[in-house]
Design a protein around this ligand. Structure first.
Ligand SMILES: Nc1ccn([C@@H]2O[C@H](COP(=O)(O)OP(=O)(O)OP(=O)(O)O)[C@@H](O)[C@H]2O)c(=O)n1
Ligand SMILES: C[C@](O)(CO)[C@H](O)COP(=O)(O)O
Length: 379
């Protein structure tokens, strides 16, 4: 199943006022249109329908995103039609049609629309009308209306592509939204739950409402969790290096570097939390310069990367799995050394050990395994 998005952005935003059409004005640090596009950029194709006068602005805005620009028409329905026609070269199975002026879309709303397209040829989010409804004129109430069965329509409205293209081609024009066009063509359209946060910037006050919804996301705490796992085999020797500490033993660990299995697991946990691969990617074993290298170099590199990206290391927890040597007597020294390298207080570094009850390669004392977890926090 392929899914495309059409973001209609050819309006002039006259009601919103301001120096520019509303979609090009900034909210919480980005143009409205950028917030909207970013929500859809994981789909197979994204079309943004723009006013011809906005071409340069739109080209700047889509920088780094795979978006096709298409010129709009005199009204919304015409703009949608142009977007649909542009998709005909490579027709998707499903299409989501969304107002650029709804930049705060919570993705589960769009997902509900897509899910409903399994059973319906059209689906759209809406909220039940909960306030009383009146008619009025000259600042006086002139009547009341029954609100039952009334909904406030939102976007994205989703459809089977071939059906909505045919519906738009057959429609005389002037529809308020694509559900109206679909229904005119006899399509069955499901209502899925909308969301109050999915507001449409229409008047000048709506910019502040949108900023309140978008800004917290930008400034909120970003917490990452990573795990690491490593194994090194024993070979002849008289000590092992574990978490930066030399521990006397009747064998040593074999490896390209100093084979510090615990430090490697912690380093990989930090790379993992950053989604930036593992030690092998940053320090290839094929590169002779890392032969016999102190693993401290790797751990420092991972910590520096995290800090360069604005993260603090919250804590690390490492479990060494071996029958021997006994880790307990050295654990405090290991925690102090790891804390020193990572620039962390000792209560944020945990090193512990377990045996594997004589089972498996660690139980047969063929090597040592280590697993680690790290949290990274950006405030
Ligand atoms: N000719 C048009 C008119 C509207 N739209 C788009 O349709 C959506 C909903 O329209 P609305 O909120 O009414 O936007 P504007 O037409 O820009 O606003 P206004 O009516 O205040 O000028 C907007 O994303 C708008 O850019 C469009 O692509 N082409
Ligand atoms: C499509 C729509 O967003 C549904 O609520 C809306 O109808 C478009 O905006 P307009 O203000 O009606 O032009």
């Amino acid at each position: 199943m392929t899914t495309a998005a059409i973001i209609v952005a050819a309006g002039r935003g006259t009601r919103a006022k301001g120096p520019l059409p509303k979609q090009w004005q900034e909210v919480a640090g980005k143009p409205v249109a950028r917030w909207t596009l970013e929500a859809f950029c994981a789909l197979d194709q994204v079309i943004m329908v723009i006013h011809p006068d906005d071409e340069t602005r739109a080209m700047d805005l889509i920088n780094g995103l795979e978006v096709t620009l298409v010129h709009g028409a005199a009204d919304r329905a015409g703009s949608v039609r142009n977007g649909l026609e542009a998709l005909a070269i490579s027709p998707p199975d499903h299409v989501l049609i969304h107002d650029v002026a709804r930049p705060c879309l919570p993705w589960p709303v769009a997902q509900s629309v897509l899910d409903a397209l399994e059973a319906y040829s059209g689906a759209a989010p809406a909220l039940e009308v909960t306030d009383a409804l009146w008619t009025g004129a000259a600042q006086r109430v002139t009547g009341t209306r029954d609100r039952s069965g009334l909904f406030r329509a939102q976007t994205p409205q989703g459809f089977h592509y071939a059906a909505i293209l045919a519906a738009h081609r057959a429609h005389p024009g002037g529809a308020a939204d694509d559900v109206e066009v679909a229904r005119a063509a006899g399509m069955d359209v499901a209502i899925v739950p909308g969301d109050e946060r999915n507001l449409k910037i229409t008047g000048p006050d709506d910019f502040d409402r949108a900023a309140q919804l978008l800004a917290p996301k930008e400034n909120s705490m970003d917490i990452r969790l990573g795990n690491g796992f490593d194994v090194h085999a024993f070979e002849e020797g008289d000590h092992v290096i574990l978490c930066g500490v030399s521990v006397p033993h009747d064998r040593k660990l074999k490896g390209h570097s100093d084979a510090d299995v615990g430090m490697h697991a912690v380093t990989d946990a930090i790379y993992g939390a950053l989604a930036m691969g593992d030690i092998g990617r940053h320090f290839p074993p094929s590169d002779p310069q890392w032969k016999g290298a102190a693993s401290e170099i790797f751990l420092r590199h991972a910590c520096d990367l995290a800090r360069d990206k604005g993260f603090e290391i919250g804590n690390v927890d490492c479990t060494l799995i071996c029958e021997r040597p006994k880790v307990g007597p050295h654990a405090n020294a290991m925690m102090a050394e790891m804390g020193r390298i990572m620039g962390l207080p000792s209560d944020r570094v945990s090193i512990k050990a377990t045996t594997s009850e004589r089972l498996g390669f660690t139980g047969r004392e063929e090597g040592i395994a280590a697993l680690a977890t790290a949290t990274l926090v950006k405030t």
